[in-house]
Design a protein around this ligand. Sequence first.
Ligand code: GLC
Length: 725
Amino acid sequence: MYQIPAEIVAAVDSLLAEMTLEEKLGQMSMSVGAEITAIGGSGTGAPIEQSIREGRVGATIQVAPPLEMARRIRELQRIAVEESRLGIPLLFCQDVIHGFETVFPIPLAQACSFDPRRVREVSAVAAAEAGSCGIMLTFAPMADLVRDPRWGRAAESFGEDPYLASIFARATTEGFQGEDLRRNGGIAACIKHYIGYGAAEGGRDYNTAEIGETTLRNYYLPPFAACVAADIASVMPSFNVIDGIPMTANKRLLSGLLREELGFEGVMISDYTAVTELIAHGVAADEAEAAEKAVSAGVDIEMTSACFLGNLRASIEKGVVKESVVDDAVRRILSLKHRLGIMKDPYKFLREDAFAAKVYSAPHLKSSRELAIRSCVLLKNDGILPIDEGQRVALIGPFGDSADLCGCWSFSTRREETCTIARALTQRGVTVDVCAGCDIDVPIPGGIEKAVNLAAQSDVILLALGEPSVDSGEASSRMDLELPAVQRDLANALIALGKPIALILTNGRPLLLDWFDRHMNAILEIWAPGSEGGAAVAELLLGKESPTGKLAMSFPRHMGQIPVYYNALPTGRPWREGDSNRFLSQYIDGPNAPLYPFGFGLTYTSFACGGLTLSRDVLHANTEITAGITLSNTGARAGEETVQLYIRDESASVSRPVKELKGFQKITLSPGERAEVSFRITEEMLRFYRTDGVYTSEPGIFEVMIGTSSADADLLRGRFLFKED
Ligand code: GLC
């Protein structure tokens, strides 16, 4: 855990002693870095430069073309350092979620790579690009557990599993922050949204989340705990309530669980106007009460509203809030500024020449392409993929030659340069006839007819359909996850040709693919693959690379199944394949199982898993069990399989999931090759939060499952006894 060095503690305390209350509240205010801001740090509509001179702004959110932004940041920082009374540098922040100028696959896609090393690598690239034109803190990783694809922010998440989300949130944090923020070019990370935002009822953004305490701690908390352990610099409370208390005012979970129990010592930054929104939540009568509740709960910086600045002086004078609470917040803020090195060098993050040399560079684009290749998931393939370069290809659909592959959180000025699927295939010598056939959700006059005529001349049809980036992300909840009717009509017209047809799907969340699963020969999920998306897809379609991705989030077969996720509790009446008893937890009009389960993904060869073995059948607190299977490549091509380890606690003081991911290994085998794949099982892996809040393991029987997806049919099983002695 990062310990604030003694010299920084001393420097912070001596500066704090010089600060007026106004200046302290200024450090706790984050403004929009626009020219004039009626909200944010100034709170009075004064020009932001004036507010900075008066010490009423401590941080800003910046969004502008990089070098223009760098110029603006340099200007504002100079004012803060040279023209304010104490010269405290500003903290410049941005949502660098999945890349800066070089855009990487959306986080949901990154999680499907099951490749944290590459995710760490691309986060470091994003930090290098953003960190060299002024950005010091990013509002990422977003680590909300998501089980409901109606919620548009699934795109920014790492999916439905706590273990996987923990691994990727930590990898992203380590990539952004580097080994030690003070010593290298990293930027501060801010894990969000704490906590439970992904459980918004109805998948409707900003809606109520009802989560029991053990569910909150066992499913939603792990990524945050993992990043606190990785010394994340900041945390952002979420918009939602937990048990009726908005997170921005939730002292029990902010100061209690996060700070006191987990030891988080960093800065807590509210979400956008979330402090003011306590009024709309109905827990604050006015901005004064909103400010009092938020600062008392543990919020240090108020984002783009001015409740702290406008009210806390009076709250302190009335004795409602102690000035020591403000002092503690300012200490954490100043400590972060020291940790970032800007107290010594306020312009440390302004290295425009370094930016110009690296931004959108070939190595950066290569890292984006490589991660995109590994993030795509092959959901179906009857053998038509990979295609042969000599084949005549009809590339049909609104995404065939579209640059809209960069996803929902990208401010990149280079999006128009995104490599499209059409360009990539053509560059690789493929004869490609391209035709949109329809727009995203409206027909093109004569488009379908033109597409059919073109496809009639082809050997294979690649149907590039999906969801535009603007339809996923924040404030993008959907109640219907079918592809637009016009895209379905186009597909229908094409399958009438009786030619091999593959769906290439770009989207920011699981969509309903049941019809496509029945009518397509192949389905390749490419998500929003980033700047090099088309190139990555072409490499996969041509077989230069094989698909290796595995789903980080289940695909429902029907809207009525939502939420459907793999690590559910068993219920008292679990339904199992083949059960005929009606009085079980099931639907009378459809299956329980999703169309594609968590952990599922195909490749261009086939694998078989051989007998599961356990090194012993009893585990003790200080011993371990080795569980293994034999993996064989039973196909005709080399390939990589992600072997997954799941564990189930069959009986405990709380009901435990039917399975939980506890490990995975990526194994590459040549045709006919076999390998022993083994996992260490230890007592720590069995721990969970009990209803009394204790994080512990309990003795009993555990089931071990190892295989190639979370589906029971893909898993080999064994059992062991855990004894506490
Ligand atoms: C938004 C989002 C949050 C983002 C912040 C700043 O409302 O909820 O994820 O970091 O505002 O843009």
